[in-house]
Design a protein around this ligand. Structure first.
Ligand SMILES: Cc1ncc(COP(=O)(O)O)c(C=O)c1O
Length: 341
């Protein structure tokens, strides 16, 4: 029997064949280590070009990109305002606190998106040296709850940050999904940010992320900090080759658009099942649904996905670049078949 497609995470997916080919093509012969190779030069030039960026640095994973990005933006005593649901808060084992020594000032949100009003609530202790001093706002695009900030929302936040002496960091582990969803360029999404990450791993890479520095004057410490933070890999050409493949003919966009379309299809089908509610707008490649606990248990016997909120009986279903329509149809059949009468 063929293995059922996982709806647990876009990280469960394999590697896009074009990415694998690019790794294989980069293999023959030697190349200078630590990024002084032609693949890295091409990939970083490509990233600078598509983002209109000042500079770009390849790293190994999304948590590493977040740490490097925040460390470029924070002064030693400063704190980070972010959504309670932000990956830097929920899923990085306290890395920002431990590795940069910062404090996260958490903003509760309904849909993973923070607003100028919510940021403003965290600024009341400014100038009081007994209180944490916010220096950075960290957004995630697309968010951990599968929603996207519209460009106008990003601009509003960026203007607010600018006027409030706050720098803006964007966790773009799924930036490709947001660009596909909003039908905009990566440069348009990045415009608001001082620094952002651009995720490839969830978009068909084997393991490759980039830190993109938008505002001139911020990149000077990045090479040393990347090394200190153990994100400078010696055989960098293979990380760079992955970006080369994804940037070629905008493969990143095709992969993301497909994953998003599969999530929409899944949400549309699931919404028609009695007793099941879709709890957040499906704007990227994640579907959040509320089901009865026995429905969740029955479905989990054969299918892989995460229970996101046990109290609220909310599950997360994620699609990837390689989720097929037939995977979605089979999963929908199982959702219908296991629904309590
Ligand atoms: C929004 C977001 N940011 C960052 C990451 C970090 O990824 P990694 O596991 O590569 O460190 C993830 C991974 O799931 C994520 O969902």
């Amino acid at each position: 029997m063929t293995q059922r497609k996982s709806f647990g995470s876009d990280n469960h997916a394999g590697v896009h064949p074009a990415v694998l080919r690019a790794i294989v093509d980069a293999n023959p012969g030697d190349a200078v280590a630590y990024g002084a190779d032609a693949w890295t030069e091409r990939a970083t030039a490509g990233l600078r070009d598509v983002f209109g960026a000042d500079d770009a640095f390849l790293v190994l994973n999304g948590s590493g990109a977040n740490i490097l990005g925040l460390s470029l933006l924070l002064r030693r005593h400063e704190a980070v305002i972010c959504a309670e649901s932000a990956h830097i808060n929920t899923d990085e084992c306290g890395a920002p606190e431990q590795l940069i020594g910062t404090k996260l000032l958490l903003v509760p949100t309904a849909d993973g998106k923070i607003t100028p009003e919510l940021i403003a609530e965290k600024l009341s202790g400014r100038g009081d040296d007994h209180r944490s001093q916010p220096g950075v706002v960290a957004l995630t695009q697309s968010t951990e709850l599968g929603t996207c900030y519209a460009l106008a929302e990003l601009r509003k936040i960026a203007d607010f940050c600018h006027d409030s002496d706050l720098r803006l960091y964007l966790d773009g582990a799924r930036l490709a999904n947001a660009a596909a969803s909003l039908d905009c360029t990566l440069a348009e999404l990045a415009e608001c940010a001082d620094v952002l990450s651009f995720g490839a791993t969830k978009n068909g890479a084997m393991g490759a992320e980039a830190l993109v520095v938008m505002r001139p004057g911020l990149a000077a410490d990045a090479p040393d900090l990347r090394k200190q933070q153990t994100q400078l890999t010696s055989k960098m050409r293979f990380v760079a080759a992955q970006f080369g493949a994804l940037l070629q003919d905008d493969l990143w966009r095709a992969n993301a658009a497909h994953a998003n379309a599969m999530a929409r299809r899944l949400a549309e089908g699931a919404a028609a099942v009695a007793g099941l509610d879709i709890v957040h707008p499906v704007q990227a490649n994640a579907v959040f649904a509320r089901l009865q606990p026995r429905h969740i248990a029955a479905l989990q016997r054969d299918w892989t996905f995460h229970v996101w909120d046990e109290q609220e009986n909310v599950v997360r279903w994620m699609t990837a670049f390689d989720t097929t329509e037939s995977d979605v149809m089979s999963f929908l059949t199982a959702i219908r078949d296991t629904a309590p009468a």
